[in-house]
Write a protein that binds this ligand. Structure first.
Ligand SMILES: Cc1ncc(COP(=O)(O)OP(=O)(O)O)c(N)n1
Ligand SMILES: Cc1ncsc1CCOP(=O)(O)O
Ligand SMILES: [Mg+2]
Length: 221
């Protein structure tokens, strides 16, 4: 297997849904199934925070969600837990600045997709050097889904990264909804990454479809 091509990565980032069992009152499998039916293009399993599953239970849920993703042809990325990603043969891993060093993660995962969080141009350049396939930039807007989130930077950070020559695929994250998705794409993101806009929606399928339409519309402007 070869590293994912840049254009394919950009397409995959369009509607990047992140979820763990803590993000919905409903079973994660039900929410993800509906979200995939609505047009999610990439999924991240992020089992984190109060009440998060551990060990065998966490792995079992990851495998359940992986079966759904595979049935829809959507890659599954594991957040933080490199060993779990390898154990279940996930499609990739996402790590942040406080997680395992991205260069080490690249060595461990071979050609799997590597996503790295970046908050400024220095972190973006370091992520590229380490072998990232995409960077996650945010929070763009205030979020209630991450306890230790940095301050929101607004879409201007995306414009600034592009102006400074950062050409790697970028997904914007943090407080993104159908109402601001267009603004982040226009500012330079290739896609939007969301937790609550889909996981807390009364109809995850409709929410995912609306985000997909907003991203598509912004891309073709
Ligand atoms: C797509 C994407 N972007 C950023 C993050 C945040 O990663 P990190 O800073 O490591 O924080 P946690 O998610 O681990 O709490 C992400 N998960 N996904
Ligand atoms: C994981 C993460 N990293 C930066 S913001 C965030 C949470 C995004 O969740 P929401 O889409 O509900 O704001
Ligand atoms: Mg992390």
């Amino acid at each position: 297997m070869a590293r994912i091509a840049r254009e394919e990565m950009k397409k995959r980032l369009a509607v990047y849904f992140i979820m763990g069992s803590q993000n919905s009152e409903r079973p994660a499998v039900d929410v993800l199934k509906e979200a995939l039916d609505g047009g999610v293009t990439l999924f991240q399993f992020r089992e984190k925070g109060a009440g998060a599953l551990q060990g065998a239970e966490k792995e079992a849920l990851a495998r359940q969600l992986q079966r759904l993703c595979r049935a829809h042809g959507v890659p599954l990325i594991v957040n933080d837990d490199v060993e779990l990603a390898i154990a279940i043969d996930a499609d990739g891993v996402h790590v942040g600045q406080d997680d395992e060093d991205a260069r080490r993660v690249r060595e461990k995962i071979g050609d799997k997709i590597l996503g790295v969080s970046a908050h400024n141009v220095e972190e973006a350049r370091a992520a590229i050097e380490a072998g990232a396939d995409y960077i996650g930039v945010g929070p763009i807007y205030p979020t209630r889904s991450k306890e230790d989130a940095n301050e929101a930077q607004g879409p201007q950070i995306l414009r600034s990264l592009r102006e400074q020559g950062i050409a790697i695929p970028i997904v914007a994250i943090g407080g993104i909804t159908v109402d601001n998705a267009q603004a982040v794409i226009e500012a330079g993101a290739d896609g939007v990454s969301v937790i609550s806009a889909i996981a807390s929606a009364s109809e995850p399928k409709a929410a995912a479809a609306a985000l997909a339409a907003a991203v598509q519309a912004a891309r073709s402007r």
